[in-house]
Design a protein around this ligand. Structure first.
Ligand code: ADP
Length: 390
């Protein structure tokens, strides 16, 4: 049979790869997946998958054989392997020279400083004396390997600060990563500017959204960010487009930002893949971040990032403390009957405490109504109805 379309290789079997599968079906784009274990989220829905280690070059070569392009569900593939794949003639999107800025917060900070992009004051520190000289309170971060608040320490200006920072340096010692100190930003809220860029240079910017984090994990996203100064919103989009262009990003770039109490935006971090703060686009935008990521990495013209409704609210479904409560399937009858417009996305993951297992999107003309509907549905799925308005 003649090849109908090129096959896109995807490394990593989490929910982001799973959610790429849906637009890939619609686009007639075959995916081939490298999954970290049998039965993980994306392996359940992408039949053409292998199980293996993304840190092993031979495995990466096997999975990408015959694929013109490779993209990612996560940012953990070693840079030298990505260079090797490029040398084999495979288009790595995003490429290793861009991706390193999402992998290493130290490299990212240096580059953004060189570009003149506003960031929290920061410095690489090598011990408690450096931290004290940097100034307290501050935030310490491992330059590599952190996610969902892991690898982040808030060091307070109180007795006991040295112990708190000793923990960070112990992790650094153990894993060989560097420690970055950042000023503790007094922010009004966290924003995210999501853009997508194709190798041709075409780019599109989604509306800037507000995200609520708890313990370093994204809980809720409101699109667009309510009451955001239009000039600041445009500035944030321009910053994100500029970073995407300067770093040569292909695919989605999410720029996580702090909106400071004095009306500026500072870059917190970069992600070069579809991002939790873009899940609202699945139901709230003309073209979802997942479809636009596929279009971008395949160098196709991008779809419109325009919103479909005035407001879209995304609330994550996290596993609750009691594994017996909140069996996700049991949430459907109630959530669906209460709100026929609700959109539910479950990832096929066991609901362990604090683990992201799905999300809901509610869109409409009234923000309070969207918030209430999305929070209520997520609380129902979590199995803790009664606390939903917290
Ligand atoms: P991760 O890689 O785990 O996503 P982040 O760098 O995004 O780590 O930090 C996690 C959370 O910690 C952020 O969403 C924010 O709420 C808080 N945080 C991070 N850096 C700072 C800072 N410099 N000042 C204040 N809060 C911060």
């Amino acid at each position: 049979m003649p090849e109908l379309a090129p096959t896109l290789a995807v490394i990593g079997g989490g929910q982001l790869a799973r959610m790429m599968a849906q637009p890939a079906i619609a686009l007639g784009l075959p995916l081939r997946l490298l999954a970290e274990a049998p039965g993980v989220s994306a392996a359940q829905v992408i039949p053409d998958h292998r199980v293996g280690d993304h840190r092993d070059l031979a495995t990466l070569r096997e999975v990408t054989a015959g694929c013109p392009v490779v993209t990612f569900d996560h940012e953990h593939v070693p840079t030298e392997h990505l260079h090797a794949l490029e040398a084999d003639g495979i288009a790595v999107r995003p490429g290793p020279d861009a991706l390193v800025h999402a992998q290493d917060k130290g490299v990212m900070r240096e580059r953004l400083a060189a570009l003149g992009v506003d960031c929290p004051r920061n410095a690489i520190v090598t011990g408690p004396a450096d931290v004290e000289a940097f100034g307290l309170p501050c935030v310490l971060k491992t330059t590599r390997g952190g996610y969902d608040g892991k690898g982040v320490w808030f060091v307070e200006d109180t007795a006991g600060w040295a112990e708190a920072c000793a923990e960070a340096f112990a992790v650094a010692e153990e894993t060989g990563v560097r420690i970055l100190a950042e000023e503790r930003v007094d922010f009004r809220r966290e924003l995210s500017a999501l853009v997508v860029r194709a190798p041709s240079g075409q780019a599109a910017a989604y509306p800037v959204v507000a995200s609520t984090q708890r313990d370093g994990i994204c809980h809720e996203v409101v699109a667009p960010a309510p009451d955001l100064d239009p000039d600041l919103a445009t500035h944030a989009q321009q910053v994100a487009l500029r970073i995407a262009g300067e770093l040569g990003v292909t695919g989605v770039l999410a720029v996580e930002l702090f909106e400071t109490t004095d009306g500026r935006v500072l870059v917190n971090e970069l992600a070069m893949r579809p991002h939790n703060t873009g899940h609202w686009t699945q139901d709230g935008a003309v073209t979802s971040q997942f479809e636009n990521h596929l279009r971008a990495v395949m160098d196709l013209p991008l779809g419109s990032p325009a919103p479909r409704a005035r407001w879209t609210v995304m609330v994550n479904i996290l596993g609750g403390p009691d594994p017996e409560v909140g069996r996700l399937w049991d949430g459907y009858p109630h959530a669906m009957a209460r709100d026929p417009q609700l959109r539910v996305h479950l990832y096929g993951k066991e609901p362990r405490p604090g683990r992201k297992v799905g999300h809901v999107n509610a869109y409409g003309e009234d923000l309070e109504d969207c918030l209430e509907r999305a929070r209520h549905a997520a609380a129902w799925f979590r199995g803790d109805l009664g606390n939903e308005s917290e």
